[in-house]
Design a protein around this ligand. Structure first.
Ligand SMILES: *Cc1c(COP(=O)(O)O)cnc(C)c1O
Length: 364
């Protein structure tokens, strides 16, 4: 008789057997401030119109693989420079995986490098592609340690360097001159990925630097803008580079429903931009209210979340959980994040429930 345990031991990679699935807690009944989602839906009139478009979607056919409709809208509306193009992913998570798969050379040590703490998928995707991951600690104020980054690049010769701009989980924008120094140091030996998942909130970008640096690629997503459910990410780069990445992209990776919804949303992108502007105002208010609390340090954010340090993150998270508010405890992620928590900026009502629970958690 075949033992399932023996089967797993004989077939599944050791690092996979030792690892964990990406953990997403069940959130029903909770105020969900742990995943950087936009709390607002599309207005009712637009939702009705979208429903009609979705009803007309051709579900019995594979997607048209050129995805020309979405790509045209991204190029036209999202600032892709002339002569540059995009490829699409099932979320930018899939783009990260595509970048790793394409660069995981077998004939020499292939390395992914990123400042840490960073978005966890950089390390996970590198590992799954069989690459080594090198993390270079940020400084205590979460800025890039330029000298350490340049030394690590010289030592490890990474094929890919991920720079989240702004960074998750810290929320800050890196210094532009530090980023440029890294891009230039990589030159023709490595690809610099500007991960601009929070571009709708940061409103600053490396997109216009694409023509200057052939080894720069810019990755974005519609998730944080308000469409996390449809799963659409994109990568802007020189067409010759995209041609290589496209070879490892699974065919039909963006489904027909996503295609229809994304085209519709991009036709009305000003509605989503207006929601992002509202969330930016709420971020300013929430940050100021938290900074006034005793023992709380609020770190500057250019994203739709705020990272803060509290006296006792365990206690604060337990209190918030008891008040049915989900946030992220960052304490165990990295020593730079001791007693840090991350909260997504939401509606005025949800922000105020959060703020009151936070205050309560700070009392003895
Ligand atoms: C949320 C996030 C992503 C992933 O976005 P999806 O498009 O939803 O897969 C990528 N990078 C960073 C830094 C993020 O915070």
């Amino acid at each position: 008789m075949t033992s399932i345990d023996n089967l797993i031991a004989n077939t599944i990679r050791e690092d996979v057997r030792a690892g964990y699935s990406y953990n997403v807690p069940d959130s029903s009944g909770y105020i969900k401030l742990d995943a950087m989602e936009n709390p607002y839906q599309l207005p009712d009139t637009l939702r009705a119109e979208l429903a009609q478009r979705l009803a007309d979607a051709v579900l019995n056919r594979y997607p048209v693989p050129s995805y020309a409709g979405i790509k045209e809208r991204i190029r036209a509306k999202l600032g892709v420079p002339a002569g540059f193009d995009v490829i699409l992913g099932n979320g930018s998570d899939e783009i990260i995986s595509i970048l790793c798969t394409a660069t995981a050379r077998q004939d020499k040590r292939a390395v992914v490098l990123a400042p840490i703490p960073a978005f966890v998928m950089f390390q996970r995707s590198a590992q799954f592609a069989g690459m080594d991951f090198v993390g270079v600690p940020l400084k205590a104020d979460f800025s890039l340690d330029r000298a350490a980054m340049l030394a690590a690049i010289a030592e490890h010769k990474p094929a890919l360097v991920f720079l989240a701009y702004p960074n998750n989980p810290t929320g800050n924008l890196y210094d532009e001159a530090d980023m440029v120094a890294i891009i230039e140091a990589l030159g023709e030996n490595g690809i610099a990925v500007a991960d601009e998942a929070y571009h709708p909130f940061a409103r600053t970008s490396f997109m216009d630097k694409l023509p200057q640096y052939p080894n720069l690629v810019v990755m974005r997503t519609l998730s944080k803008l308000g469409l996390a459910g449809i799963r659409l990410g994109y990568l802007a780069a020189a067409p010759a580079l995209l041609e290589q990445f496209d070879k490892v992209r699974p065919p039909y990776n963006v489904n027909v429903l996503t295609q229809v919804a994304a085209e519709f949303a991009l036709d009305h992108v000003e509605v989503l931009d207006e929601q992002a502007a509202r969330l930016n105002e709420a971020r300013t208010e929430l940050a100021a209210a938290m900074a006034a609390l005793p023992g709380v340090t609020v770190f500057p954010s250019s994203a739709n979340f705020i990272t803060l340090r509290v006296p006792d993150a365990e206690k604060t998270c337990a209190k918030l959980f008891a008040e049915r508010v989900l946030i992220k405890n960052l304490s165990r992620m990295h020593e730079l994040l001791a007693n840090c928590i991350r909260v997504t900026v939401s509606t005025p009502e949800e922000n105020s429930v959060f703020l009151n629970a936070l205050k309560a958690s700070l009392q003895a």
